[in-house]
Design a protein around this ligand. Structure first.
Ligand code: ARG
Ligand code: ZN
Length: 867
């Protein structure tokens, strides 16, 4: 915790001097302490000559009981133990290493290594949690075959699980029992997992294409089994999809998921024993919304897909994280597109990139998809590594064509099966298989920042010249950017909306290039960067009438939505400026009004798309359009525009709500979920008018709801309407779901997002409430994260009480869960993006955090923010 944190550099990579072929672990679980006996068969790495004798093993917060080489205790002189690991000296070329350590999972609140979540014990080893279990080379390029024996009290821990197949189990005397697992696949230690607990289970089977039967099991605390069926169905779906799409069959006889209540992230792909946050497993219509259902489906698929992209072929070092995460997120995205409205699924992905990744790439924490250095690896499980990484894969897939790209991914998996490799190995494999030249494309992995793509068009004599130019702003530590290889999709339409040039992809390689389209009868409407073919900011001034045409006719639903967003944005920006200048709000733009009227008169069949197109850009999107974010002006502008739309189209919105009103009989499918989304959107607009009728209607919807999606639609509509209806529905909600922690997270979010009165004080009260548990990351994210993200005016209050609250929580959390504390610090770090007085207030709070004695995790974020 003290001293200067160590920074690790990608360029310093060196292979491990020793390799471990086999790992044998024995966990003796007792109250107050767990004894771990590890026996490894070790040999010198044949690839490294002239080294050896001395070896580093990572280890943190361990009590070393004994350490022996070939069963001889290591002499004091041959052992140097420190806070982060130990050195062994005088080693032979081959030996058996035996390490005995003691750990206390009950007191481990970091949620890394072996820890307690309610009544069960579980593990989280990625990135470097295994070194909290035993001394070990905690790096992904050391791959070993594991045998694991777990022994514990039979009554308290009837279920004992680890990776691979259970090869033995039985009684162990004194009311104890044991189980032995063997994993036939060599794996890095970050994929190790263990679970012990008194758990309920649902079981199923999946028969692979080649006819093997895989036993599936999903464990959770007793009483939650009925919330697990959607996850199980999603798993089977994912298994079938990976066979049909990539020809990848599951490679073991059993696949197990365990859902745990206390988890730092979403889920973890441990070999054959995935461990999940309950938030990414539980889905029942009474307690989960449509988006919860979709998230469960996608995260279950994501972790399953890792079995090949991540586990069979893994990362050489953590700088390569996007090798597995970018590719797996890409596969998850493909899966999601095949399971919902393709257009709307892509819209959600695009929004994520623009609303979250672009700001990260423009802030103090900007880093390349393949970072060059880090202090704490856990700080690099970022939207850049994950989502931008997936966009880079998507670009390659678009350039190669989907079929050729799928073949190339299979080539990569065959070529490197069982290996720990690099992003460069992946790109090479793609080049080999597709014949693409990716020399310049590689810059996407090495350079941070979002390129700006400026487009201008000229039309004369039946010829359209489209000029594309790129420029990328500097990011911390990277002043100069090269030209990127940018695939840009282009299509041309005539005034009637007919295609005059089918979509094609042009590649911008130089700083500036002109692409010519000949033989046109009249000036066409240009559609570029359709569906975001590259993660760049588009700068293209198109007249309203062109946008209105694209919105009505473009063959790509994402482009239609994008055109609508541009139309809204023009008015929103004018409203922000008016608010800042104390001028009256502008009239709504003509183009925007035409667009909304057309949408309501002739809505697309895809109801989810209609809902998306009716939704004005988020506050984040609006803020992104300005050099300095003026929180109050953005809020005022967004509210004004929504209220104006509601007032002008009240009758149409009423009709829309009526036509999509809940009708009972909940199913989670694309059509039904789309209808619910339209209803929620209409209700949200009508609520802006704050009439007694809409309050009553929302309460009636809440009371009659047979599912959580409609309930939340009603609660959200009442969000800014203080009064009887809001109090009654919220009170009912709190009582009805009191024993469902994940639903209470929704309640905490609602409370935190309510901005009348003294929100900061209310959030502080909730922090002390029995329904809040500071050691559970889901609760912290709901209340503190919900406050910052869901309540901009409360968080950015002039008296700085919002910032102070967040700073206090970072400091309190840092002592127990540094990963989570660092994530919260990330909320204050981008203060430079804000206008005064916000920037100064955020900076002051961040500086106060920086004065404390911090974990390496939080220190890295705070220093980046203040630097
Ligand atoms: N590999 C996990 C996934 O599927 C996430 C692990 C995140 N670990 C961490 N320490 N942040 O994305
Ligand atoms: Zn992942």
């Amino acid at each position: 915790m003290t001293g200067t944190p160590q920074r690790k550099y990608r360029s310093d990579y060196q292979a491990s001097i020793y390799l471990i072929d086999r790992v044998s672990l024995d966990f003796d679980i007792r109250d107050g302490s767990t004894r771990v006996t590890a026996r490894h068969s070790v040999r010198r790495n044949p690839q490294l000559i002239g080294t050896g004798g001395r070896w580093w093993l990572d280890g943190r917060d361990l009590r070393l009981v004994s350490i022996a080489v070939d069963d001889e205790p290591v002499a004091d002189g041959a052992l140097e133990v420190s806070e982060t690991g130990l050195w062994l000296n005088g080693l032979p070329d081959r030996f058996t290493l035996t390490v005995v350590t003691e750990i206390d999972p009950d007191r481990n609140l970091s949620l890394e290594g072996l820890y307690r979540s309610d009544d069960m014990l579980c593990t989280q080893c990625e990135a470097t949690g295994f070194s909290r279990i035993t001394y070990f080379p905690d790096r992904p390029d050391v791959m070993s075959r594991y045998t694991t024996r777990v022994e514990a009290d039979a009554e308290r821990y009837p279920v004992l699980l680890s990776n691979g197949n259970c090869i033995e189990s039985g009684a162990a005397g004194e009311g104890r029992h044991y189980a032995v697992y063997e994993d036939p696949f060599a794996k890095p230690c970050y994929l190790f997992a263990l679970v012990a607990g008194d758990l309920g289970v649902i079981r199923d089977t999946f028969t692979t294409t080649s006819g093997r039967e895989v036993a599936l099991a999903l464990y959770t605390e007793h009483g939650n089994e009925d919330q697990c069926h959607h996850a199980m169905a999603s798993l089977k779906d994912a298994m079938a999809w990976d066979e049909a799409t990539y020809g990848l069959e599951y490679d073991l006889d059993s696949f197990v998921i365990v859902a745990v209540g206390s988890f730092n992230m979403g889920a973890m792909e441990n070999k054959s024993l995935n461990i999940f946050n309950t938030a990414c497993i539980f889905a029942h219509q009474d307690t989960a919304t449509d988006s919860d259902f979709a998230r469960v489906r996608d995260v279950v698929a994501h972790e399953y897909f890792h079995n090949y992209t991540g586990n069979r072929v893994t990362c050489r070092d953590w700088f390569q994280l996007s090798l597995k995460e970018g590719l797996t997120v890409y596969r998850e995205h493909q899966f999601a597109i095949d399971h919902g409205s393709p257009g709307v699924t892509r819209i959600e992905q695009v929004r994520m990139i623009r609303d979250v990744q672009f700001p990260e790439d423009a802030g103090p924490r900007a880093h390349p998809v393949r970072p060059e250095s880090y202090v704490e690896m856990n700080n690099f499980y970022t939207i850049t590594v994950y989502e931008k990484g997936a966009e880079l894969i998507r670009m390659m897939a678009q350039m190669a064509g989907r079929e050729a790209f799928t073949k190339a991914v299979k080539h990569y998996l065959d070529k490197h099966d069982g290996q720990a490799v690099t992003i460069e190995d992946f790109v090479l494999a793609i080049e080999e298989s597709t014949g693409l030249d990716l020399a310049q494309f590689r810059h996407w992995y090495a350079f941070a920042g979002t390129p700006r793509l400026r487009v201008s068009s000229r039309f004369a004599d039946g010829r359209l010249s489209l000029e594309l130019a790129q420029a990328t702003p500097a990011t911390p530590g990277q002043e100069n950017k090269p030209n990127f290889d940018i695939p840009v999709s282009v299509a041309l339409f005539d005034d009637a909306g007919q295609v005059v040039r089918a979509p094609e992809i042009v590649r911008l390689i130089e700083q500036r290039e002109t692409f010519v389209f000949d033989g046109l009868a009249a000036e066409p409407t240009v559609s570029v960067l359709r569906g975001l073919t590259a993660p760049v900011r588009l700068e293209f001034d198109q007249p309203d009438d062109a946008l209105v045409r694209l919105m009505a006719h473009d063959s790509d639903p994402v482009s239609r939505w994008d055109a609508a967003q541009s139309l809204y944005m023009a008015t929103l920006k004018a409203a922000v400026t008016a608010h800042q200048n104390d001028e009256p709000m502008p009239a709504l733009g003509e183009g925007m009004m035409t667009a909304v009227a057309a949408l309501l008169a002739d809505p697309p069949d895809d109801r989810a798309l209609l809902a998306e197109m009716l939704t004005v850009p988020s506050a984040t999107q609006i803020g992104e359009a300005f050099d300095a974010i003026d929180v109050a002006a953005v809020e005022a502008a967004r509210r004004y525009v929504k209220r104006e739309i509601a007032a002008r189209f009240e009758a149409e919105l009423e009709r829309l709500a009526d036509a999509h009103a809940p009708s009972g009989g909940y199913v989670f499918d694309q059509v039904a979920a789309g209808r619910r989304r339209v209803f929620a959107t209409a209700l949200d607009y009508l609520a802006c008018l704050d009439t007694p009728a809409i309050r009553k209607r929302a309460q009636a919807v809440y009371d009659a709801a047979d599912n959580m999606t409609d309930r939340m639609a009603a609660l959200n509509a009442l969000q800014d309407l203080p009064g009887e209806e809001r109090e009654a529905t919220r009170a009912d909600f709190a009582e009805r779901f009191a024993d469902q922690p994940l639903v209470m997270d929704k309640w905490l979010r609602l409370q935190a997002a309510t901005e009348d009165g003294d929100t900061a004080a209310r959030v502080r009260d909730l922090l002390a409430d029995d329904r809040f548990d500071f050691t559970n990351p889901n609760r912290v994210r709901a209340l503190v994260g919900g406050f910052v993200r869901g309540n901009p005016l409360g968080f950015h209050r002039a008296d700085r009480a919002g910032y102070a609250l967040v700073a206090d929580e970072i400091l309190r959390l840092d002592a127990i869960n540094p990963q989570l504390a660092a994530a919260l610090a990330g909320l204050l770090a981008p203060w430079r993006r804000y206008a005064e007085p916000y920037a100064g207030g955020m900076r002051e709070a961040l500086a106060r955090v920086g004065e404390a004695d911090l974990s390496d995790n939080t220190r890295e974020i705070v220093d980046a923010g203040l630097g």
